[in-house]
Design a protein around this ligand. Structure first.
Ligand code: UDX
Length: 449
């Protein structure tokens, strides 16, 4: 099928690349002409594992193209995937102006009937507004638009894998024809007829993606409800960690046992510095605002948000208590990205922690395997080191902010020898308290006595 993708950010590029790799003809466009020029020249503007190779392979097969002319892209596709940003506004609600702008473009540029697919995360009832906008902007023309909500559930760092191995594909539609077309688009993935970039000699993963047809409002709700639930789960684990600290329990033991109950599940129960990134903090806020716009106080989500914000305070309390005086101390921060395996520092707890330490007069030295280029631009007062051991040298304390495996595997015997004081405050519970004590460290983490 011919597909158009509007918006070549993280979601749009992964969607476009994977659908092209799955056998469709894809044309991508973006309001940023520089980005299109970059893509045309073979450069990938974001780092995402396997994206580069999938784009190259689809490009070589002639199934993906790029244009700065939105009209050309709109006329190309039978289905148009809207993948533009929906950032938070001052009050936490989603800014839908980019969606509105695209609706105008589609309505004025389309010459034939189109399936208009919302991929961007949007609050429930956006589909209804989008349909109304498309009809209003096309001023009673003959072209028909069918709106579909098809939320993405991609994790940064494993987005390409997630696209090809989905747990569920949700399509919110208003008619059977739209559902059939969406099934056609996803058929190669549902039937596993794609080239898995992770397993060149055949992908061993069992097909498990369920294709779910729902109403448009339900599909929009599924996305916000899923992300908010995961955020809630993390905050729950973090409150259990606080309780463990007061009652001398071990949160790792507690959450491990909890997670063995299949009704609870082991994922997203990791206590520590809490959640960051561009999705959870913004989605949870947008969901709270959406609920309050229809007279519902989503107080459990407000509590989850508050617990998450408190993580930074709890962490800094530990640092302050251990160090006594922060001013003038050399502090090594390991990890800048909001989670491991990404260079994304948006809403990363490490950034808040560092800003607070700088305000208190600490000398901050930091290291991260991928995120330093981005961090450099927003943290001018920090000395960055490629090698974590250089960041650690002469430090009065090492703070762990991201769960990179490179940090999990650090040689603490070696690191400890170069430190001014053998103190580690671990925001991700990466190490065994006993092992760290045996190595002579003062070691603080979350929820472990
Ligand atoms: C998330 C959703 O997982 C994805 O389905 C959605 O489409 C986009 O948002 P992502 O933002 O890439 O994906 O991150 P994810 O891997 O889900 O982690 C979110 C945050 O929670 C990270 O900051 C992570 O460090 C934190 N986290 C995760 C915890 O603090 N504890 C956990 O147990 C799990």
């Amino acid at each position: 099928m011919h597909l158009s993708v509007i918006g070549c950010g993280y979601v749009g590029l992964v969607t476009g690349a994977c659908l092209a790799e799955a056998g469709h003809e894809v044309m991508c466009t973006d309001i940023d002409g520089g980005r299109i020029a970059q893509l045309k020249s073979g450069d990938v503007p974001i780092y995402e594992e396997h994206l580069d190779e999938v784009l190259k392979s689809a490009g070589k097969a002639g199934r993906i193209s790029y244009t700065a002319d939105a009209g050309e892209a709109i006329r190309f596709g039978d289905a148009i995937f809207i993948c533009v940003g929906t950032p938070p506004r001052e009050d936490g609600s989603a800014d839908l102006s980019a969606i509105d702008h695209v609706a105008q473009q589609i309505a004025t540029e389309a010459r034939t009937s189109k399936l208009v697919v919302e991929k961007s995360t949007v609050p429930a009832r956006t589909g209804e507004e989008l349909k109304r906008a498309l009809e209003a902007y096309s001023r009673g023309g003959n072209v028909k638009f069918s709106v579909v909500s098809n939320p993405e559930f991609l994790r940064e760092g494993t987005a390409v894998y997630d696209f090809f191995h989905p747990d569920r594909i949700v399509v919110g539609v208003s008619n059977e024809d739209a559902a059939e077309k969406m099934r056609e688009i996803y058929r190669p993935i549902l039937e596993r007829k794609f080239h898995c970039p992770l397993h060149k000699n055949g992908c061993p993963a069992e097909p498990k993606g369920e294709f779910l047809v729902t109403t448009i409002n339900s599909a929009e709700l599924i996305k916000h409800a899923s992300n908010s639930f995961l955020a809630l789960k993390i905050s729950y684990a973090n409150v259990i960690a606080d309780l463990c600290e007061r009652l001398n329990g071990d949160v790792e033991q507690v959450t491990h046992a909890m997670g063995l109950d299949p009704r609870i599940g082991s994922q997203f129960l990791k206590a520590g510095l809490g959640f960051g990134g561009f999705c959870f903090p913004k989605d949870i806020q947008a969901f709270i605002r959406l609920a309050s716009s229809v007279g519902l106080d989503f107080d459990i989500l407000r509590a989850a948000e508050r617990v998450n914000k408190e993580r930074i305070e709890r962490f800094l309390e530990k640092v302050n208590k251990a160090l006594w005086v922060v001013k003038g101390k050399r502090i090594a921060v390991l990890g800048l990205a909001f989670k491991a395996n990404t260079d994304d520092i948006r809403f990363a707890p490490a950034i808040d922690v560092i800003r607070r330490l700088l305000d208190e007069g600490a000398q901050v030295h930091a290291s991260d395997p991928e995120a330093m280029e981005r961090a450099k631009r927003i943290l001018p007062g920090v000395t960055l080191h490629e090698d974590p051991y250089d960041a650690i040298r002469d430090a009065h304390a090492v703070l762990i902010c991201t769960e990179w495996s490179a940090f999990k595997n650090l040689d603490w015997e070696r690191a400890g020898q170069s430190m001014a004081r053998k103190l580690v405050v671990d925001g991700r519970n990466l190490y065994s308290p006993k092992k760290m004590a045996d190595l002579g460290f003062e070691y603080y983490s979350f929820g472990r006595g």
